[in-house]
Design a protein around this ligand. Structure first.
Ligand code: GLA
Length: 371
């Protein structure tokens, strides 16, 4: 639970009735870059969350204050009903009122105080965590009748429609519906989902490399376009629709499209195998699938970086490690490591130390949490 210091609430919201919305970040365990082609994903939540305190005000002008951004950016304003993109963090707040109003909900002026423990650009969904938390706070403040599934859909529209980043559906659903000690198995085609318990014989560690990425910039968009191009070239609605016979056609595509399509097909199969492994409590098998996923993201989807590959290698060399991979959109961000129970702290500390000494990075252990 992220604490917003009381003095910050008093300073910015005074003694008005205040409600707080909260949502966790997420780490994707397996199923990467499959959520924009109707594939399968398997994320879970991390202990770090974003909290948003809001209080109504009489004018339509809204002030939002964030403790998690550089000083000169801390307080930003916008007008409910006249939302316009600014390319600053306040777009996640005004995007929320814009999509709520577009969906027919009544939202008035309010002030907001935000604090996030999810590091920006770490591949752990800082933005979906913020958007879901804002929407939860506004739902409470304006007494809107929206369940968490609908709320996740609205959160996605903040990013795709208001901010204009072509992300998939995994992150808001994971942040809104995920649960500790469970993996969320989501079919992004029909949005059916279920929580699958993570056996207590194993643990996950998450280490942020400190190399920050932004999906608003080229590479993520480019992968989406390449995925669409491969889908068109294969003549299917979604790559997942390829029959086993049809999969042979992948080999006839130009090299880079072939690699992209091959990753999506193999990654979808790995998610299904990983869910089966979880159900059978076969965590060695789960770890092996994470290793294969990393190789596919490195060689076929090409979203890793040499420093991240090295962190994964270092992790694998530790005692008690069952598997490791890059997680999230890529081009930086975090790695996720599966270890035997009781080993995650030692492994994460060793990986972070090596990343600092050998690679000159400024890594941060997020899971298990250190405080
Ligand atoms: C980002 C996007 C998600 C998903 C992942 C890659 O986190 O927001 O929709 O595409 O990258 O799996």
């Amino acid at each position: 639970m992220t604490e917003i210091p009381h003095h910050d609430i008093i300073r910015h919201l005074g003694h008005r009735r205040t409600v707080i919305g909260e949502a966790p970040g997420r780490v994707n365990l397996i199923g990467e870059h499959t959520d924009y082609s109707g594939g399968y994903v398997l994320p879970t939540v991390i202990p770090q969350t974003t909290a948003v305190a809001v209080a109504a005000n009489a004018d339509g002008a809204s002030r939002a204050w964030s403790a998690s951004v550089p000083h000169d950016q801390q307080q930003l304003r916008f007008v409910v009903g006249e939302e316009a993109r600014t390319s600053t963090w306040v777009d996640y707040v005004q995007g929320a009122t814009a999509v709520l109003r577009a969906a027919g909900h009544r939202v008035g002026g309010f002030d907001a105080v935000i604090r996030s423990e999810v590091p920006l650009g770490s591949g752990l969904s800082s933005s979906a965590s913020l958007t879901v938390a804002v929407l939860r706070a506004l739902r409470d403040l304006f007494q809107l009748h929206i369940d968490d599934v609908v709320l996740a859909g609205l959160a996605r529209r903040v990013e795709t429609d208001f901010i204009g980043v072509p992300v998939g559906v995994m992150d808001p659903i994971a942040c809104a519906l995920g649960a500790a000690n469970h993996a969320l198995f989501l079919d992004t085609r029909d949005l059916s989902w279920q929580l699958v318990r993570i056996p207590s014989t194993a643990e996950f560690a998450v280490i942020n490399s400190g190399i920050s990425h932004s999906h608003a910039t080229g590479s993520y968009r480019q992968r989406r376009q390449e995925c669409d191009a491969a889908t068109r070239a294969l003549g299917v609605h979604e790559i997942r629709d390829l029959s086993e016979y049809g999969q042979r056609r992948i080999e006839q595509l130009p090299e880079f499209l072939r690699k992209r399509a091959r990753h999506i097909v193999s990654e979808n199969a790995r998610v299904l195998a990983a869910v089966e492994a979880l159900r059978k409590r076969d965590m060695a098998r789960f770890g092996g699938l994470m290793d294969e996923s990393h190789a596919s993201l490195r060689d076929d989807y090409e979203i890793s970086l040499p420093q991240i590959d090295r962190m994964v290698e270092i992790a694998r060399a530790q005692r008690g490690v069952l598997g490791a991979r890059i997680t999230g959109g890529g081009f930086g961000g975090s790695i996720v490591v599966l270890t035997l129970a009781g080993q995650a702290v030692r492994v994460a500390t060793a990986v972070a130390q090596a990343a600092r000494d050998e690679l000159g990075l400024r890594p941060q252990v997020l899971v298990p949490p250190t405080k």
